[in-house]
Design a protein. Structure first.
Lengths: 81, 151
């Protein structure tokens, strides 16, 4: 009985721990999606960046194109210093 | 016998932690995960399928690893999944330039080479668990046969 509880409880606990760590890591994550308009590709393109609209560093670019916080190309992204 | 069972349990727990953590991290930041897949030249055409498929498979395997009856197939499938990830990493290392890892959570902080080593360690653990579990099953079968012959 004790072994059975142990064998079921431990994997369930591992599930919960893994979910908890994932949420904690997500809260600390600084990556976000940047949007840019490449005139040679139709539509707004997306790219993963480490930049932020709140940062005060240099403007963030991808292949020479300015990255923005939103698909409407508002709020330019800047490097986090 | 008890030590073998404990080792198998611990390896399965490691896999459950890894798969649940990786799947939940991907689902929490699903849009970023999809964008990262789109940046990979090999996966860009299947990014929708892979984006939904990989976390689903990881969660399903984590659940199957809990149930003793499904442990061996789940361990084989886990080994297969880790091999597939490793082959993808080898392809990325050889044929692509800078592509972000779509691994989810802190695993993203690992470089591709470190990630390959990490995968190899997990594949090694899966092989150990498969061998030990297979031995366990054959020992139980032998015991049952001996008992059946006695009666």
């Amino acid at each position: 009985m004790k072994t059975k509880v142990f064998k079921t409880a431990l994997p369930a606990f591992a599930f919960l721990v893994a979910i908890g760590i994932a949420f904690a890591a997500d809260a600390n994550s600084s990556s976000q999606i940047g949007y840019y308009d490449d005139p040679f590709i139709p539509g707004i393109q997306q790219v993963q960046t480490q930049c932020s609209p709140m940062a005060t560093g240099e403007l963030c670019t991808h292949n020479g194109y300015q990255l923005y916080d939103e698909p409407s190309l508002e709020n330019p992204l800047k490097r986090v210093e | 016998m008890k030590l073998k069972a404990t080792i198998i349990d611990i390896i399965c727990l490691f896999y459950i932690l890894l798969f649940v953590y990786a799947a939940v991290s991907k689902l929490l930041d699903f849009e970023t995960f999809r964008v990262q897949l789109g940046q990979s030249p090999m996966l860009t055409n299947f990014k929708g399928l892979v984006a939904y498929g990989v976390p689903s498979i990881e969660l399903a395997l984590a659940l199957l690893l809990i149930v003793k009856k499904f442990r061996i197939p789940a361990l084989y499938a886990s080994l297969g999944l880790m091999m597939a990830f490793s082959m993808y990493i080898i392809a990325i290392l050889n044929f692509s330039d800078h592509i972000p890892c779509s691994c989810g959570g802190v695993l993203e902080q690992l470089g591709w080479t470190e990630h390959l080593v990490f995968n190899i360690v997990f594949m090694f653990l899966a092989v150990i668990a498969i061998i030990l579990e297979s031995n366990n099953i054959s020992t139980i079968h032998e015991k049952n046969i001996k008992q059946y012959i006695k009666t």
